[in-house]
Design a protein around this ligand. Sequence first.
Ligand code: FES
Length: 84
Amino acid sequence: MAHEIEMQICLGSSCFSRGNKDVVMFVREYLKKNHLEDKVIFKGARCMGLCNNGPNLKIGDVITEGVNLSRIEGILEKELAKLK
Ligand code: FES
């Protein structure tokens, strides 16, 4: 099946120090649990230039700032709903 959405998490040092690693782990689990691994390309990205509000996540062309463990599930539910 073709991938339908590309998702990139910033792996720059500022986003790293703000906890992007936890978000990465959550997203991987979420994609697996919801059988979305074939529909979403999930990869790391370089600094997006928005370090002050990281961790930052880009879904398609849209960057969401301040992505943390308390927000990530809601963001994924909303953005990936059409793939389920
Ligand atoms: S380190 Fe993530 S936007 Fe700069």
